[in-house]
Write a protein that binds this ligand. Structure first.
Ligand code: SF4
Length: 345
């Protein structure tokens, strides 16, 4: 294993078979350590120790698609749906700009309510108000003409993860009307139009093998995208893959005090007691429908999860998302009224 890792560090021009062997290096601590050190060296060379932040605006969770792994798939009747208005989106940009964000990412499901004209109007408005900011779109699969018009309206970047480059594996994760071939074509279109283009894939998705991951590497090398996002598969309780094993990285988030740059521990942000846990269960029932694992937990167990490093806390345009990781997954609830639970900053 060490030999293949060393060869890759010297020359990354691997065949698909060699990439498959490289993926197997994850099982060998010595080879994995070598590759990690090299990754850190390259990261430091390009970015130093800086953290680059993006203003992610999740502006709609309606979606016409039914991807097997996705919590906002159209078949999930339990999802609480929302759309932000143009004014709310611009307000997010305003707040983000004042906080120092210079990249706005408009991300949403494939929501027909946001017609081409509405999207162009929003992108135009952001471009007109924030000429020094990058506008990134993450709106799924659209026609080449639609991508072109949004680019002309002022968008610079587009994120569209291919999720898996293998046709058969893709078909096992997605509904029949979606195909890996079409998704790849969208990526080629985006690049040709002039977007800084991002793709990427899940690790640990159901049925994935080292051969699939090797194919992902080959596709990325062929596409030469400007950005790559790779994340673990996290099973969502309201999807057909609810019972599948998650990828190996836990759902984590960090919170940064934007005034002084200090990283805040999740546990230091909120006042959580037994009463909070009882209320959390009620809110989860309302927002998520019945979550089996939660139904089997006692209030005390929920409080214990909250009072450990399993606690999840992050902001969304709707408020604060609060929840926790547990053995087989995670659960979160949106708190629009989160301020009453904050410890004083
Ligand atoms: S297209 Fe995206 S948002 Fe829609 S169901 Fe699939 S993964 Fe979810």
């Amino acid at each position: 294993m060490r030999a293949i890792a060393e060869r890759f560090i010297k020359n990354t021009d691997f065949t698909e078979d060699e990439f498959r062997m490289l993926v197997a290096c994850a099982e060998d601590p010595e080879a994995a350590e070598l590759l990690t050190q090299e990754a850190v060296r390259i990261r430091k060379k390009h970015y130093g120790d800086k953290v680059y932040i993006r203003g992610l605006i999740e502006f709609t969770n309606y979606c016409r698609n039914d991807c097997g792994y996705c919590g906002i798939r159209r078949g999930n009747r339990n999802a609480q749906r929302y759309r932000l208005t143009k004014e709310q989106i611009l307000e997010c940009c305003q707040i983000g700009y004042e906080l120092g964000f210079r990249t706005f990412v408009l991300q949403g499901g494939e929501d027909a309510w946001f017609t081409q004209e509405r999207l162009e109007e929003i992108v135009h408005a952001i471009r007109a108000n924030y000429g020094d900011c990058a506008i990134t779109l993450s709106l799924g699969e659209r026609s080449r003409e639609s991508y072109r018009r949004l680019f002309e309206a002022g968008a610079d970047r587009y994120l569209l993860r291919h999720e898996t480059a293998d046709e058969t594996h893709y078909a096992s994760l997605h509904p029949p009307e979606l195909s890996a071939a079409h998704r790849k074509q969208c990526l080629w279109d985006l690049k040709e139009i002039g977007y800084q283009t991002g793709t990427g894939f899940m690790v640990g998705s159901p049925g994935q093998t080292a051969a699939h991951l090797a194919r992902d590497m080959m596709f990325i090398r062929e596409l030469e995208p400007h950005m790559v996002g790779i994340g673990p598969f996290v099973p969502h309780h309201d999807t057909p893959f609810a019972g599948e094993m998650g990828g190996s990285v836990e759902l984590v988030s960090i919170n940064v005090d934007m005034k002084n740059g200090v990283v805040l521990d999740n546990e230091d942000m909120l006042t959580i007691d037994d009463e909070f846990s009882v209320d959390f269960r009620t809110r989860s029932d309302e927002q998520n429908g019945e979550v089996d694992s939660l139904a089997y937990m006692t209030d005390q167990q929920i409080t214990d999860y909250f009072n450990s490093d399993n606690l999840i806390v992050y902001y969304t345009p709707k408020g604060m998302e609060i929840g926790f990781n547990f053995e087989d997954g995670w659960v979160t609830v949106t708190y629009e009224d989160y301020e009453q639970f904050l410890k004083v900053f």
